[in-house]
Design a protein around this ligand. Structure first.
Ligand SMILES: CC(C)(COP(=O)(O)OP(=O)(O)OC[C@H]1O[C@@H](n2cnc3c(N)ncnc32)[C@H](O)[C@@H]1OP(=O)(O)O)[C@@H](O)C(=O)NCCC(=O)NCCS
Length: 185
């Protein structure tokens, strides 16, 4: 089981400038519990998954170009997160404030390559820019180390400006770029 307590950081950056954090709580005194996922967290995580990825999801890009493909794109994102919760529950972390889930990270491991994979991380919009994302990634890396991993990978879309800043700020090095294609059959 993983757990670490953090004090919620003061707001960083301007909400107007980033689109983040429009109604963040003002008190910096709250404690954030970064802890292992438990089954009752699932509903709150899937709700964040549905809402957090607008503008930064391949499924949304596909829907914009081709129309809805087998349901709304937010459902595909939710299903992808749910897959990891079902298949790798012991590798998922949540950020809990009081009785509220403010964010999550879903992780995978590839033991043959000693490599962990942070598959999805998201923080509810009103809690962004207060270091919760950083703590979820740092917590994930600690958890992956505990599982014997020596490396960690993560991807973000070029259009994801937050992601492009977020991962280098956490020490990740860019190792390649990929182009995604899609076609009607
Ligand atoms: C990416 C995300 C998880 C970051 O969570 P967060 O709690 O706001 O991030 P933090 O406050 O810990 O920020 C850590 C660092 O990331 C960078 N960063 C985060 N958000 C940023 C933004 N909007 N603009 C520029 N840099 C940003 C900064 O370097 C920041 O450090 P700083 O605040 O000291 O400057 C959050 O924006 C999110 O949920 N986005 C939508 C889902 C998503 O894109 N997930 C990643 C998919 S690959």
């Amino acid at each position: 089981m993983f757990q670490t307590l953090k004090r919620l950081a003061g707001k960083k950056g301007s909400p107007e400038g980033t689109g983040d954090n429009p109604s963040a709580p003002s008190s910096p005194d709250e404690l954030v519990n970064i802890r292992s996922y438990r089954r009752p967290d699932r509903r709150a995580i899937l709700e964040i998954a549905r809402e957090a990825f607008s503008g930064v999801s391949l499924d949304e890009n596909i829907e914009q170009a081709f129309g809805a493909v087998g349901g709304h794109w937010t459902e595909h994102k939710k299903d992808a997160v749910d897959y990891d919760l079902q298949n790798n529950p012991s590798l998922a972390l949540v950020a809990e404030l009081g009785d509220e889930i403010a964010g999550f990270a879903c992780n995978r491991i590839y033991p043959a390559r000693s490599t962990g994979h942070i598959a999805n991380v998201a923080v509810e919009e009103r809690y962004r820019r207060r270091k919760i994302g950083r703590w979820l990634v740092e917590g994930s890396m600690e958890l992956l180390r505990q599982k014997g991993m020596k490396y960690v990978r993560i991807e973000t879309l070029e259009q994801n400006e937050r992601g492009r800043n977020f991962y280098p700020a956490l020490g990740f090095e860019e190792i390649g770029r990929q182009i995604f294609y899609f076609k009607r059959l």
